[in-house]
Write a protein that binds this ligand. Structure first.
Ligand code: CA
Length: 494
């Protein structure tokens, strides 16, 4: 192995001993990193997370061979902003990608640049969604081939190392083919970091022929909160326009609603149309991830490669009567996060510690033996992955959705979640951010006791029994804002 240059002052060797026998024969070279991310894949549509509605056998191979995190949260539940946080290791008020109408300035530091400096071969294939045009294209990558914007399910035009290239076929397959092709062409003497990022299962959920008839003969169960009436909460939940019953369009449904259905029957019909296509496009992701895992096995790379799978945020799968994401509510806030590295992670393990998307970049750098810059705002997950959570590990997290009133009319909010509670402040103001509406509404608070009300159906903010909890959580919210350097809303006063 050639010496890996590093300007960041840390050793690239991994010889640390463990007593539980997991870490063995550690290589002199840092591990390869295969970072798989899909778009809008909720954890409750993965069998390793106990899905009631589908199976994901190939994704489960990653969980079975490594660790599943049961409390991974995003800091802003929407595509570009979450991706910017993952790449730069910073919150959106720092990296500037607060909404879908903001773009990443690619001169910013990111983990790929640091890995590249340390001798890694770096590439990104598939979804990018951090802006179009040279000033937003990937930096820190030896090679990239990315979709433009959301990208289509079929026949995508992609940007490959600065050139537009027209492809024909199914996008999920194409992204995989390109990833495998790059892996085959790489220098086997140097470690790689590949971002293998799917467009699926983002709207409008268009399956390929292989999976188009899947679930034809079954009814997918409706979620427990499918008929939520949005009472006992702030005005925001009822105002959101992402209801299965009324907001899915013709492109989403792909066929006309049959005549003669009652409103309840129509809502159920729409749910089946939506969820079956959502699960079909996930089946293609699962199949294709299986191809890449098979490649690692066949090439003898499995032991030396960190494989992680996540999605940029969660998604409502008919939960609360919704599709889409954005809210700080559980189904949207949660990210799937499974990670395998046989040399250091106990197979079949699970972790309930709280982790965030801002923690991913420091984790990659830690494994690569690269110093984590002080400007990165998260923490490496490596101690957790080795089974020893630091006593000071985070037990609360800060969330902020900036994109007030846009597409689905979800109001701007921020909040704090602990293991037991969630406090949300709907400040209901676009603050002039790109991609927001001008109307402002009176702020409102919500508090959920997740132990007594895991589905978040009844805010107890005004319940006197929770007055002390409210006081403590507001102090924690403001402490976290200060810690990450964000500003609180002017009307949010102690
Ligand atoms: Ca997304």
């Amino acid at each position: 192995m050639p010496h890996l240059s590093s300007d960041h002052g840390t050793s690239a060797t991994h010889h640390t001993e463990r007593t539980d026998g997991i870490e063995k024969n550690m290589p002199d070279s840092p591990p390869n990193i295969l970072f798989i991310m899909s778009d809008d894949h909720a954890a409750h549509a993965m069998s390793c997370y106990g899905s009631r509605i589908n199976t994901t056998p190939h994704l489960d191979r990653i969980a079975d061979g490594g660790m599943r995190f049961d409390n991974c949260f995003c800091t802003n539940s929407i595509c570009g902003p979450s991706r910017a946080t993952i790449l730069t290791g910073t919150y959106n008020h720092v990296n500037g990608v607060t909404t879908l109408a903001t773009r990443l300035d690619n001169r910013q530091l990111n983990f790929a640049k640091l890995l590249q400096d340390a001798g890694y071969q770096t590439a990104v294939s598939g979804k990018w969604h951090l802006g179009q045009g040279p000033e937003h294209w990937p930096t820190g990558f030896d090679h990239y081939s990315i979709l433009q914007g959301q990208g289509p399910y079929f026949d995508p035009e992609m940007v490959c190392d600065g050139r537009k290239v027209q492809h024909s076929g199914y996008t999920t397959d194409i992204i995989t083919d390109q990833s495998l092709d790059w892996l085959a062409r790489r220098d086997p003497e140097r470690p790689f970091c590949l971002l293998y990022h799917h467009k699926a299962p983002h709207r409008p959920w268009e399956p390929d022929d292989r999976n188009a008839r899947m679930y034809d003969d079954v009814d997918i169960p409706e979620p427990e909160t499918f008929n939520d009436d949005y009472s006992h909460r702030s005005a925001a939940a009822a105002a959101a326009r992402m209801r299965v019953e009324s907001d899915l369009n013709e492109q989403d449904l792909k066929e006309p609603v049959p005549p003669g259905l009652s409103p309840e029957q129509e809502k159920s019909w729409k749910y089946q149309r939506y969820i079956k296509d959502y699960l079909r496009v996930i089946a293609s992701v699962d199949d294709n991830v299986g191809r890449v895992l098979d490649y690692l096995d066949a090439e003898g790379l499995t032991e030396d490669t960190i494989v992680m799978y996540t999605s940029d945020q969660g998604f409502f799968l008919g939960d609360h009567g919704w599709y889409d994401k954005r809210f700080m509510y559980e189904e949207s806030l949660r990210m799937p996060f499974i990670i395998r590295y046989p040399r250091e992670i106990q197979p079949g393990s699970a972790c309930t510690d709280m982790i965030l998307n801002v923690d991913f970049a420091p984790t990659f750098l830690d494994y690569a033996g690269v110093a984590i810059p002080a400007s990165f705002q998260g923490s490496s997950l490596r101690p957790l992955l080795r089974g020893s959570t630091p006593a000071t590990w985070q037990s609360s997290m800060y969330y902020r959705y900036w994109m007030h009133g846009a597409t689905h009319n979800v109001f701007a909010h921020y909040g704090v979640r602990t293991h037991r509670y969630k406090l949300i402040y709907f400040y209901n103001d676009g603050l002039g951010q790109a991609g927001t509406i001008d109307e402002r509404y009176a702020p409102e608070w919500e508090l959920f006791d997740l132990e007594n009300d895991p589905c978040e159906l009844h805010s107890v903010y005004a319940d006197p029994a929770y007055a002390e909890v409210v006081r403590e959580l507001k102090a924690e919210l403001h402490r976290l804002q200060e810690k990450v350097g964000d500003e609180r809303y002017t009307a949010d006063v102690d």
